[in-house]
Design a protein around this ligand. Structure first.
Ligand code: SF4
Ligand code: SF4
Length: 169
């Protein structure tokens, strides 16, 4: 079983797939990327589910959105003082799209949109799992994207993280 790729690598590969899908020569690029991914899977450098990236570049739309984290409990979370910052950031991260992984679906601890599997439902732009005080009600079982997310350099959240200047909303 290959090691789980780092969240940074997963994010970079997904971004690359999105960028290549937007190019007019994406059919040829998809074939090349698929070959590269196949080689990496055969060498044990990537888990087999990464084959779906080539389909994404070809523009094959699946209604099913599955995050590629294999074991969310093995993910490290960045050391961020969220409780102290929520009055500033408004827990902006909990308004972003989050898809569940196969592990989340198998666990059955988290809800998902029935007509948009397996996205976390949102109500009025906020994750349905957030309570009125801004706390996560499913913290121990929260998805991999929530665990691995690092807002420090995300301009959607901060103008200046170190100096605690939040982005305008
Ligand atoms: S936006 Fe950053 S500081 Fe605010 S709750 Fe999310 S991770 Fe924590
Ligand atoms: S599951 Fe928890 S941490 Fe993740 S978006 Fe929802 S409220 Fe935020």
């Amino acid at each position: 079983m290959p090691d789980e790729p780092s969240p940074d690598l997963v994010r970079e590969l997904e971004t690359l797939a999105d960028q290549l899908a937007a190019r007019p020569d994406h059919a040829d690029l998809a074939a090349r990327v698929e070959w590269l991914i196949d080689v990496m899977i055969l060498r044990g450098q990537l888990p087999p589910r990464f084959k779906q990236l080539a389909a994404k570049i070809r523009g094959e739309k699946s209604k099913v959105q599955l995050a590629m984290f294999r074991d969310k409990y093995a993910l490290a979370s960045p050391d961020i003082d969220c409780a102290a910052r929520i009055p500033l950031c408004g827990a902006r991260c909990c308004s972003f799209d989050v898809s569940l992984s196969a592990q989340d679906v198998a666990e059955r601890k988290l809800p998902f949109e029935l007509d948009q599997p397996y996205m976390l439902p949102r109500v009025e732009g906020r994750c349905i799992c957030m309570d009125a005080a801004g706390a996560c009600t499913v913290y121990d079982h929260r998805p991999g994207a929530c665990r691995a997310y690092d807002c420090r350099h995300d301009p959607r959240v901060w103008i200046d993280f170190e100096n605690r200047i939040p982005q305008q909303r």
